[in-house]
Design a protein around this ligand. Structure first.
Ligand SMILES: C[S@@+](CC[C@H](N)C(=O)[O-])C[C@H]1O[C@@H](n2cnc3c(N)ncnc32)[C@H](O)[C@@H]1O
Length: 203
């Protein structure tokens, strides 16, 4: 591998064993707050968070290799040592690979909404996945959810509220630094409404 490619690849986290739960230390050294961006896409949110919070670590989870490589190149260009990418299907990663009770915050921003009824089972937020999301969060950890798709939003909020894993907490617009994502910018440009909710783990 040539030097420049190696510099980019170091931001791409490749587990030694895909069948074993990772240890938090395998992702980043030290015990700094760790955040997870599920389906990070082209990484605008992830990179801005990494720049804004140098004292925190960020893992972007994305299934498309081209996007992972693009974000890794940007991480290298920005000189960020607190952002890494994992290329994997999120359901598998959350259930089997990511360390339990390790993340301070999870961000699920503009996930594929799967609007057709027969595809609803493909949505990430389901009654069965809510405890899995809660399981990778530290005590007091938070789950942030944003979408332009109202039916998905209402469904997700209902299944989360029905579970006993989370309580919804307020999310005022300017209360916390929370950069726009690529998709958010796109949908806002089209005049669409954005739905958001913030939950705190109770388990
Ligand atoms: C609609 S885009 C949103 C990207 C980004 N969060 C944003 O708001 O700009 C959804 C992203 O999630 C990724 N994705 C979809 N399903 C996934 C899965 N099961 N596991 C990992 N990534 C997934 C897609 O490849 C895509 O990059």
């Amino acid at each position: 591998m040539v030097g420049e490619q190696r510099d980019v690849e170091k931001h791409h986290f490749i587990p030694e064993d895909y069948f074993c739960e990772l240890k938090k230390e395998a992702l980043f050294d030290g015990d700094r707050p760790l955040e997870l961006d599920i389906g990070c896409g082209e990484g605008r949110f992830l990179l801005e968070m990494g720049q804004h919070y140098p004292e925190r670590d960020f893992l972007g989870l994305e299934r498309l290799l081209g996007r992972v490589r693009k974000v890794c190149r940007r991480v290298e260009r920005l000189g960020l040592s607190n952002v890494k990418l994992l290329r994997l299907e999120s359901g598998y990663a959350l259930e089997y690979l990511l360390p339990k009770a390790a993340f301070s915050r999870i961000h699920l921003l503009f996930p594929d909404p799967w609007p057709k009824k027969r595809h609803h089972a493909r949505r990430l937020v389901q009654a069965a996945t809510v405890p899995v999301l809660a399981g990778v969060l530290r005590p007091g950890g938070e789950f942030f959810f944003k979408t332009d798709d109202e039916p998905y939003f209402l469904h997700a909020r209902e299944v989360i509220q029905t579970s006993t894993c989370f309580e919804e907490i307020p999310w005022e617009e300017r209360e916390i630094f929370y950069p726009q994502t690529d998709f958010e910018e796109h949908w806002l440009g089209q005049g669409k409404a954005i739905y958001r909710a913030r939950f705190k783990v109770t388990t």
